[in-house]
Design a protein around this ligand. Structure first.
Ligand SMILES: [Fe+2]
Length: 392
């Protein structure tokens, strides 16, 4: 019976082949587009198609490919300069989460002529940002449906996710066909990132009834389709359902928050430069065990949505199945069960990042230093779970 708000300003154009609508959708927003993407061979065909679709609809394209897997504030600032220098009036992000996150930030600095890091540090925005079109080519980050952008600052050794209303894309063209050529490992890592968004958005303290509806469907879709997508990349039904799960989970997390798997995964990623999806996914089972009895009803529902048989079980018994269901899925799709397999060791820098004030704010169960230390041990280990290590 709780009160809640719901606001979602992005127009989602979803479906197989919907990339074809890119030109028409962009032409409503501008005449000169900065297309932000990676200089990657695997994206070449999608980029060529995009440029042609835009040209056909009277939109000129300026390509900006000077970004990398973890885009930096310097790259964002030079993207903004490129947009201003060539008179762009709309920005398109095409690629995985990094391309779209960079495009979100570039759309802000293009009109504001500011340093994005200063904006993050509190410099007020005085001008509306350029309209933004997001075209995801992976099914995981959900960034096409969120107001988050993750940007790194190399000198400060920081990698931060920032939330700003301006980061909601104006339009997102979500075409599952663009994920058909995604290799199995990337499919697994990004798909489990989507699962972690749905699970954490649902059980964390910021959840709402709308988040529950979105997360329930996303969790079911990942549980039923991720194995299929990993083991047969051309399975269009599985790809469609994973893309849908990705967008629903993005909508869920942008209304709610992430939780401790993202706290651990992002701290590890900032220090070891490990991929976001895999770092968060591997941290998910232990952090769910940590929160199992603080969010018991939610964990019992997660177990059911993941297909666990809870007939005749108590809520407590059903809840305890949820972390194991995630662990089985991680194992089935070929990701490691412990962060140690990614080269991560116990590390003071990682611990310091996790212990910053407020990092446990959305966790149903608060976490102090001793809790994070045991959690980290469990996340590192592929053999022992948090409970097996004696964690309660
Ligand atoms: Fe994530």
């Amino acid at each position: 019976m709780e009160s809640f708000n719901f606001f979602f300003p992005t127009r989602i154009v979803f479906g197989n082949g919907k990339l074809a609508n890119l030109g028409e959708e962009t032409a409503r927003l501008g005449r000169q587009a900065l297309l932000v993407t990676y200089p990657s061979q695997s994206l070449k065909s999608a980029v060529d198609q995009a440029v042609e679709l835009l040209r056909h609809n009277g939109v000129e394209t300026v390509l900006f490919t000077d970004i990398e897997a973890n885009p930096t504030h310097i790259q964002v600032n030079s993207g903004g300069e490129a947009a201003r220098a060539s008179g762009c009036d709309v920005v398109i992000g095409l690629g995985g989460g990094s391309a779209i996150d960079a495009a979100k930030a570039i759309a802000v600095v293009a009109s504001e002529a500011a340093d994005i890091w200063k904006v993050y540090e509190g410099q007020p925005l005085t001008r509306p940002s350029l309209p933004l079109v997001a075209v995801p080519t992976t099914a995981g980050t959900g960034t096409e449906a969120t107001f988050f952008s993750v940007i790194s600052h190399r000198e400060l050794k920081r990698k931060e996710g920032f939330a700003r209303p301006q980061f909601y894309p104006t339009v997102s063209i979500v075409d599952p066909i663009l994920t058909l050529s995604l290799p199995p490992y990337m499919t697994a890592a990004t798909g489990l990132d989507a699962l972690s968004h749905a699970i954490e958005a649902y059980y964390c303290r910021a959840s709402t009834p709308v988040v529950e509806a979105l997360a329930a469907r996303a969790i079911q879709l990942v549980s039923e389709n991720l194995r299929r997508a990993v083991f047969n990349g051309k399975d269009i039904v599985a790809r469609y359902n994973m893309m849908l799960a990705n967008t629903l989970a993005g909508m869920a997390i942008t209304q709610s928050d992430s939780c401790l798997a993202h706290v651990v995964g992002e701290a590890v990623g900032a220090v070891y430069n490990t991929g976001h999806g895999v770092s968060v996914a591997v941290s998910l089972p232990a952090t769910m065990e940590y929160n199992c009895f603080a969010a018991m009803d939610q964990m019992a529902n997660i177990a059911r949505w993941m297909g666990e048989d809870s007939f005749g079980l108590t809520t407590r018994e059903a809840a305890m199945l949820a972390p194991g269901a995630v662990r089985t899925l991680i194992e089935d799709v070929g990701l490691p069960l412990g962060l140690a397999a990614l080269g991560v060791t116990e590390n003071k820098e990682v611990m310091a990042l996790m212990l910053r004030p407020g990092m446990d704010a959305s966790s149903p169960r608060p976490a102090a230093q001793a809790d994070f230390e045991l959690l980290m041990q469990a996340c590192l280990s592929s053999a022992m779970s948090y409970w097996e290590l004696g964690g309660k």
